[in-house]
Design a protein around this ligand. Structure first.
Ligand SMILES: *Cc1c(COP(=O)(O)O)cnc(C)c1O
Length: 503
C-alpha cells in the first residue's frame, strides 16, 4: 500500500484493492470494462464516445434508465397489488429531462412530474398525454396554471391557499374564453394538497419536527400565524378554529371551490434518503390527515402521493436500499395504517427522480494539468494532495458546491493499474470551490489526455448546469446495448451563447 493512504481523507474511502473494479453500489450493469480494461457504456468503449462526441460530455444509458423506471413501477405495483390498491409512478422530471427521456419514461408506463412551464413543455413534446402529467411548485405563474388547465393536466399539486384562489381565477378566465368561443368548458382542476408531515428526512435519518421552517407545503400543526389574516366570520364560514392547521383551512377552501376537484394529499419529505422510517412516518401522518378530511367531507379522498427521495450510491459510503424492500415496506405501512383507521387504501402515487436518472448517467472529462500541493494533515504533518484538473467542473456539476456532495471517479480510457494516489479532481472555473471529486484514489501514472468518468451524474447535474465562465453546456449522449450512441441534447455552441447578447 502506498504511504499516500496516510494522507487526510474521509474514513469511508479505502485504498482500492482492485482499482479497475466498478462498485455495483455506484455503477449499474450498463457500465463494464472490456478485456483491455477500458470502460464501456452499454457496450460502447469510452474512447469511441470521446472520439465522436468530445469531452466534457454526459453519457446517459437508455438501458439503465428504462430498467430502473420499469423496476420502480413494477415494484410499487406489485407491493400494492398485495393490498388490492392501485399505483401511479411519476418520474420526477426535475432530476433530468429532455424530450428523449420523457419518451422513455412514457414508454415504460410512468407518468411525469413537472415543476415549471418549461418542464411541462418538454413532457408534452416528449409525447405525454397531459392527463399523465402533474404540475408542482410553490409559486406557479398565471401562465403556467393557464397552460395546465388548458391542456387538461392530470394533477396540480397546490402549495398554498393563495394558489387555490389563483386556480379558481385562472379557471374562470379559461372557462369564459371557451364559452365565448362556443367551446366545451375545461374539467374542474384535479388538485392534490401538498402538506408538510413534520418529518424531515436527511440522507441517513428522519427527524420529526412539529413546525417546519421551509417554503414547501402546508402545515398540519395548529398554526395561529397562518390563520391570522382571517376574520372570525371567515373562520366560522370555513368551519376552522383559530388554532386549526393551515392545511385544514386549505382543504376546506379547496373542497368548496367548484372549479377544483380535490383529489387528495401530497407530501415529499426530502431527497437522497436511505432510511425507511421517514417514508413510513410521513405516510402514517398523511393518511391520518386524509382520514380527518374524509370524515369532514363525508367522502373518501381518492389519492395519496408520497413523493420521491430514494437514495442512490455516489461513493462507497452510500447504502442505497433494494427497490423491492423500499416499496414493500411503504406498502405494508400504508396498508396497516389504513386498516387501523378503517379506510380503503387510496390510489397511491410516487415520484422517484434521482433513483431512476442518477445511476443512468456519467460524465466524461479529459485530464489537463496535474499539480501536487502540500497540505497539513490532522497530525500537523506536511502531506501532498494531487490536484487533477479536468475540462469541465461546477458548470456541469454544481452539486459539490451546492451541497458538499461527494462523488467517485475512475480512469475510463484504460485500466487504472499500479500505485494509486490520493487525488482531488477539480474543474477549470475561476472558483477555488470548483471541485468535482473531493477524495479519490487515481493511478500514480495519470497523465494529461487520460479520460475520467464520474459516475451517478444522471440526476441534478445537467439540469443544474450553468454557463459560468461562458463554458458551453456539454451534450448528453444516449447509449443502449442494441443501438448506436446518439446525441439526445446537443452541445451548446458559442454562437448560441452570443445569440442572446444584444450589442
Ligand atoms: C424533487 C422532488 C421529487 C424527486 O426527488 P428525488 O430525490 O429525485 O427522487 C419528487 N417529488 C417532489 C415534489 C420533488 O420536489
Amino acid at each position: 500500500m502506498s504511504d499516500s493512504a496516510a494522507l487526510y481523507k474521509p474514513e469511508w474511502l479505502s485504498y482500492p484493492e482492485d482499482p479497475a473494479a466498478l462498485n455495483p453500489v455506484i455503477w449499474t450493469p450498463s457500465f463494464a470494462r472490456n478485456t483491455e480494461g477500458e470502460l464501456c457504456v452499454d457496450g460502447t468503449p469510452v474512447s469511441e464516445l470521446v472520439a465522436e462526441f468530445d469531452t466534457p460530455a454526459y453519457v446517459f444509458s437508455e438501458d439503465t434508465f428504462r430498467s430502473r423506471a420499469r423496476a420502480y413501477r413494477t415494484a410499487f405495483e406489485q407491493a400494492f397489488a398485495h393490498h388490492n390498491a392501485q399505483v401511479s409512478v411519476y418520474y420526477a422530471g426535475k432530476s433530468f429531462l429532455c424530450t428523449a427521456v420523457a419518451r422513455w419514461a412514457r414508454e415504460e408506463g410512468l407518468c411525469l412530474d413537472t415543476a415549471s412551464g418549461g418542464e411541462l413543455a418538454i413532457g408534452i413534446r416528449g409525447g405525454f398525454d397531459p392527463a399523465n402529467i402533474a404540475l408542482h411548485g410553490n409559486n406557479k405563474s398565471v401562465a403556467e396554471l393557464r397552460r395546465a388547465i388548458d391542456a387538461g393536466l392530470g394533477r396540480v399539486v397546490a402549495d398554498s391557499v393563495d394558489e387555490l384562489r389563483l386556480i379558481e381565477r385562472v379557471y374562470a378566465q379559461v372557462a369564459s374564453e371557451r364559452a365565448q368561443a362556443g367551446r366545451e368548458l375545461p374539467a374542474p382542476v384535479p388538485v392534490l394538497l401538498r402538506i408538510t408531515p413534520g418529518v424531515h428526512a436527511s440522507t441517513h435519518e428522519a427527524i420529526a419536527t412539529a413546525h417546519e421552517d421551509q417554503k414547501f407545503g402546508m402545515s398540519l400543526q395548529p398554526d395561529t400565524a397562518a390563520l391570522a389574516g382571517l376574520s372570525s366570520q371567515e373562520l366560522e364560514y370555513w368551519g376552522v378554529a383559530p388554532s386549526d392547521s393551515y392545511a385544514l383551512l386549505a382543504a376546506s377552501i379547496a373542497e368548496a371551490i367548484d372549479s377544483i376537484e380535490l383529489r387528495g394529499i401530497h407530501c415529499h419529505i426530502g431527497s437522497q434518503i436511505f432510511d425507511a422510517a421517514g417514508f413510513e412516518q410521513a405516510a402514517a401522518t398523511a393518511l391520518q390527515f386524509m382520514h380527518q378530511l374524509n370524515e369532514r367531507f363525508g367522502r373518501q379522498l381518492p389519492e395519496l402521493d408520497l413523493g420521491g427521495g430514494y437514495g442512490i450510491g455516489y461513493t462507497e459510503a452510500d447504502t442505497p436500499r433494494d427497490i423491492a424492500e423500499v416499496t414493500g415496506s411503504i406498502a405494508n405501512t400504508v396498508a396497516a395504517v389504513c386498516a387501523e383507521l378503517s379506510m380503503d387504501i387510496p390510489h397511491m402515487s410516487f415520484e422517484p427522480g434521482r433513483s431512476i436518472s442518477g445511476p443512468s448517467g456519467i460524465t466524461l472529462y479529459t485530464v489537463g494539468t496535474i499539480k501536487n500541493v502540500s497540505i497539513e494533515d490532522e497530525h500537523g504533518d506536511i502531506r501532498v494532495r494531487r490536484y487533477v484538473s479536468v475540462d469541465g467542473g461546477m458548470s456541469d456539476n454544481a452539486r459539490p458546491v451546492l451541497y458538499d456532495a461527494d462523488y467517485s471517479v475512475t480512469v475510463a480510457n484504460r485500466a487504472p493499474a499500479g500505485e494509486q494516489v490520493l487525488s482531488r479532481v477539480v474543474g477549470k472555473h475561476c472558483e477555488s470551490g470548483d471541485i468535482v471529486v473531493r477524495y479519490a484514489y487515481l493511478p500514480a501514472d495519470l497523465a494529461a489526455g487520460d479520460v475520467l468518468a464520474v459516475p451517478a451524474t444522471g440526476a441534478y447535474c445537467y439540469v443544474l448546469g450553468s454557463n459560468y465562465n461562458f463554458l458551453t453546456r456539454p451534450p448528453v449522449v444516449a447509449t443502449a446495448e442494441h443501438a448506436d450512441p446518439r446525441v439526445i441534447v446537443r452541445r451548446q455552441s458559442e454562437g448560441e451563447m452570443l445569440a442572446l447578447m444584444v450589442d
